[in-house]
Design a protein around this ligand. Structure first.
Ligand SMILES: [Zn+2]
Length: 320
């Protein structure tokens, strides 16, 4: 039933991502056999192990790395499995975690500490691995830099704020909700901008003495990108790990060359980056933020809740 290098995980929690909403709505280039099971993030215990698996045992509590790579292409051989020519994500290209059981390659299952709940563990992988690679692996953030993370309440932002803070950066974040900004502050954000009171790019331009910030994380997309570019300092970097509001970004080439800006795409993470960031989660240096837990049978309601954007952090499904 499972392959020799796989484990079967009895899932106890799955966490939602915006990706799930996109897959449910239909991604034009993605051909799926229906019915399809959603869900990239999950945690549970190992129910059975394939014949070649030596480092996991039945009963181990594990969290799942949702990125599946071929292990053979030039990128995988460089250790850059997030660039794999056949990179696939559980719940997008493969059956997902909104299920009682999911089979994954054994090296995609990582043991978790006994004091980490399944709900918290399931909330971590996709957003923490994505945030780690984009800030540490791609933007190379350094202590003392000003880092702006747009949209304080998203799961990705709650991870990115903590990582930028841990790296010694001054963290700026934006929201239309003072409540979300206060919660971002509790995670380590230093400078809070409510864009209902003032356009955020103008506020940040003034707050930085018309210098701009060193790094911007813009996962919002078409509605913010133009302002993001204008809010960077000379030589600054903008990281794009997604485009929730729409993918066609407007970029004025004169800003790009005259200010010598870098635009960096980033997605998911390689296995080394995944294990680096999860180690910090397991140590308690980085904390998954669980906003709300729904039972699996109310997945529809959970999707509607995520789609309204009222959450701060992760929306989780508990699997009985
Ligand atoms: Zn590969």
């Amino acid at each position: 039933m499972i392959g020799p290098d796989q484990v079967l995980v009895r899932t106890h929690a799955a966490a939602l991502n915006h990706l799930d909403l996109f897959v449910r709505a239909g991604i034009p280039t993605l051909k799926l056999n229906l019915p399809h099971i959603l869900g990239a993030d999950g945690a549970g215990h190992v129910e059975s192990v394939g014949s070649d698996v030596t480092d996991l045992e039945v009963g181990d509590r594990v969290v799942i790395n949702p990125g599946i790579s071929c292990g053979r292409c030039e990128y995988c051989l460089q250790g850059e499995d997030a660039l794999c020519a056949d990179y696939r994500i559980i719940g997008e290209h493969l059956p997902g975690t909104y299920a009682e059981k999911v089979a994954v390659p054994a090296h995609n299952a990582l043991k978790i500490p006994t004091d980490l709940t399944f709900e918290a563990a399931a909330s971590a992988p996709l957003v923490f691995m994505t945030a780690w690679r984009m800030l540490v692996g791609r933007a190379h953030v350094r202590p003392g830099e000003d880092v702006l993370i747009l949209g304080a309440g998203s799961g990705l932002s709650t991870a990115a704020i903590q990582i930028a803070k841990l790296a010694g950066c001054t963290v700026f974040t934006t929201s239309s909700s003072d409540d979300k900004l206060q919660r971002a502050k509790a995670l380590g954000a230093d400078v809070l901008v409510n864009y209902k009171q003032m356009p955020w790019s103008k506020a940040i331009w003034e707050l930085t003495g018309k210098r701009g910030v060193d790094v911007i994380v813009d996962h919002v997309g078409v509605t913010t990108f133009k302002d993001s570019v204008r809010t960077l300092r000379r030589g600054g970097r903008i990281v794009v790990p997604g485009a929730t509001t729409g993918p066609l970004l407007e970029l004025d080439a004169r800003y790009l060359y005259w200010r010598q800006l870098s635009v960096l795409g980033s997605t998911m993470a390689n296995r080394r980056e995944f294990e680096e960031v999860m180690k910090l989660v397991f140590m308690g240096r980085l904390k998954p933020v669980v906003d709300r837990i729904f039972p699996l049978e109310r997945a529809r309601e959970a999707h509607e809740y995520l789609d309204r954007g009222e959450q701060f952090g992760k929306v989780v499904l508990a699997i009985p």
